[in-house]
Design a protein around this ligand. Sequence first.
Ligand SMILES: Nc1ncnc2c1ncn2[C@@H]1O[C@H](COP(=O)(O)OP(=O)(O)OP(=O)(O)O)[C@@H](O)[C@H]1O
Ligand SMILES: C[C@@](O)(CCOP(=O)(O)O)CC(=O)O
Length: 562
Amino acid sequence: MAPTSTDPALSVANDLQSLSLSPAAPKGEVPSATPSDFLLPDDAVCVSAPGKVLMAGGYLVLERQHEGLVLATSSRFYCVAAGTRSAASSSTADPKSATITISASQFPAECSWSYRVNLVTYPAPQTNPGNGKNKFVEIALAKTLQLALETISEGEEYKGDNEKAGVELLRRMRGSGGGMEAFVMADNDFYSQREQLTDRNLPRRISSLTQLPPFNPLPRPIHQINKTGLGSSAALTTSLTAALLSYFGIITLPSSSSSPTPEETTSLDTVHALAQLAHCLAQGKVGSGFDVSSAVYGSHAYRRFSPAILTPLMSSPHLPIRAANLKDSLARDKWDQTTAPLRLPKGLRLVLADVDAGTDTPSFVNKVLWWKVEQAEEAGRMWASLAEANGLLRQHLEGLCSMEEDEGYTRFMEESAEKHMEDVSYIAAEVGVYSTLFVSSLTISLHICLRQLFRLVTAASKVPVEPAEQSRVLNASMKIPGVVGGGVPGAGGFDALFLLVVDTPTVLEAVQDLWEGWTEMSLCPLLARQSDGGLVKVDVGEVAGLKEGIAGWEKRKLAATL
Ligand SMILES: Nc1ncnc2c1ncn2[C@@H]1O[C@H](COP(=O)(O)OP(=O)(O)OP(=O)(O)O)[C@@H](O)[C@H]1O
Ligand SMILES: C[C@@](O)(CCOP(=O)(O)O)CC(=O)O
């Protein structure tokens, strides 16, 4: 939480046109803290947001009449916001400004973006030029400051006085050291770890991934590292906006996803709306937003917000920060997305593979949507079938969840682990639970909605939504006893694949044996499982490797400046 005393030295220029961002300390400035000094200040706030897998509803979810089934992942982004630890330097002595440095702390030292927020005039938006731009970081910061300023300004004490509110925001940012820092850390799963496994002579298996240190430092800057499709930009935007708002004392986040208080729910809704806006601005388009939604609310059936909510805010991604009445536009009653509960039934597990190829999602989306316009009738029929099949999948998942306490459910799952899914119905007579029917129909609906129809779309649109190479490995995977189904998540293509399997070590090993020996494409499993949890506030000390990861970053940064 931000400090609360007032700083009498702070005076404000008359023209509070905006708070603005400008480059902070020049490159090469040696940080005054050494790694051995490294200690996060007491005011540090840490928030965490999950990654995503769009299991069903790719493309359809772009339209409000259809839902997407999105699973949040156990792999997460963490963002730690804290007061700067170095004593105020000449660059931070100016009370009318505050510095903020946001660092992607598992990347090389140049993945750090510094800004000076000031109260004077409106300069052109700039970033630390030597380190290049990070659009997602810059826009998330700008929009967060705008919302924070408006919120403070509307408070009892300030009654719309922007000048005074600006002073207060700067005071919260400055703390006692003239500024603040945010350290962004992502679980290893978000970025391909193939090189790291190869360097250590480890096979591409889950057991190898667990041997890598948490937040394993990556050898090259973000844009030169392969992502795995878990939604790094959405998790980054969500965790960064949430950490900053928390640090400024604007929101109160829950520390666990179960039963948030009304105040915490409002805070989640605020972060959701703000992160959607920032993410759309950084992407330059209004997407469906399922990734930001799952970063905030966890796994759910998602119906998108109306794009018209954001369209009027899309014209000025940058400064001035006080450009529009953001708070009103982001209020919950203006938003119409829905998030219905969804989870995997007990005993089933999500397994993900990173495919060493990659797909340009925006170009896939454009091509599929063009085809849909050109072949409206055929596409309309396919969309209707897909929507129906996705609905069935959801029903079957809910059906299985409702049977978890039935007698025989666990035994049924255990026995299913040894059977090829086509044979599952044979267990029925003996175990005598309805679950059998549901697993069978789940298998069928997964097959229909996730595979067959996507293959039809592929054939008709000529966009390889489920490419033949992916079909082959999925078909082979589904022959393994205990594999319930799978598909290509999200926009499809060559990014990733997922399976739903009965959660036993034997099934998991068999899947990995197949993938390890697969020669047509290179597959690497991820550690992630499904997770019900969304955005939460966490204790830095409780996240294994987080403090050490930040300390390691400090050390690398220092080394880079020497
Ligand atoms: N750890 C990080 N710290 C700061 N910015 C990050 C980080 N990870 C990703 N980003 C930002 O997100 C951008 C990637 O966004 P893009 O939309 O291309 O991928 P994505 O669809 O989110 O990827 P994926 O789903 O594969 O994770 C990066 O260029 C960078 O701006
Ligand atoms: C194709 C689309 O529906 C899903 C893209 O999902 P992913 O980024 O491939 O996981 C696009 C969207 O929903 O914004």
